[in-house]
Design a binder for this molecule. Sequence first.
Ligand code: ATP
Length: 242
Amino acid sequence: MSDTTCILRLDDVDVFYGEVQALFGISIEVHEGEIISIIGSNGAGKTTTMRSISGLHSPRGGRILFEGEEITKQKSHQIVRKGIIYVPEGRLVFPSISVQDNLEMGAYSKRFSRRELNQHLEEQYALYPRLKERRTQLAGSLSGGEQQMLAIARGLMSDPKLVLFDEPSLGLAPVVVDDMFDTIVRINKERGVTVVLVEQNAFMALSISNRTYILENGTIKTGGKSSDLIESDEVKKAYLGG
Ligand code: ATP
């Protein structure tokens, strides 16, 4: 693929926590319009990769480029303004304010007019009608699945170009997990948002993504088309329960 379609590039990225190295020369390319998944066992470095892209943890070596511009040392609020949103593990909503107030906070960095804000609210409510029904309820009173929807919808309020999802299925009931992955596909297909997805549920991640990187011990072990990896005996044995 040509460089013009490359929206995000990690080039030989090294990340440390104190003196302990967590990522060793990670290189990842994400093209516009793709869904990329990152899978790997616990402690492989998946969350660290997401935190590095979103400016929450600064790499010690290498470069991160978004739309050709270096963002390696930028702060997270600058990165959000450029169009990258991180939806972290664990449904981090504000429990003591309403669903709608949570959503409006997601657009804070954009300084939208009231009209634009209402338009973005309606877009999220179209994606998740249940949130519209519950818009005046306190976010803390929603079910786990609804809070995860709210966390995603809040991220989408700022009209991002790239969304980083960290374990969106964690702790959700199986029926809600399917809805969650359907929504990620809709966000990508209907809104043209590029997606990077970190998942323990390797089968779902491989099923909905175009390409996958497998991370082990802070390095990229392998990568390729998800449809090829899902058929690989090695991947089946290591990540898909045989
Ligand atoms: P999990 O699926 O368990 O969250 P992961 O693939 O997301 O795993 P990371 O959380 O990125 O892995 O962790 C990568 C490595 O960095 C691990 O060895 C972990 O112990 C270490 N690590 C993560 N966060 C910190 C921290 N705040 N301080 C020190 N070490 C950390």
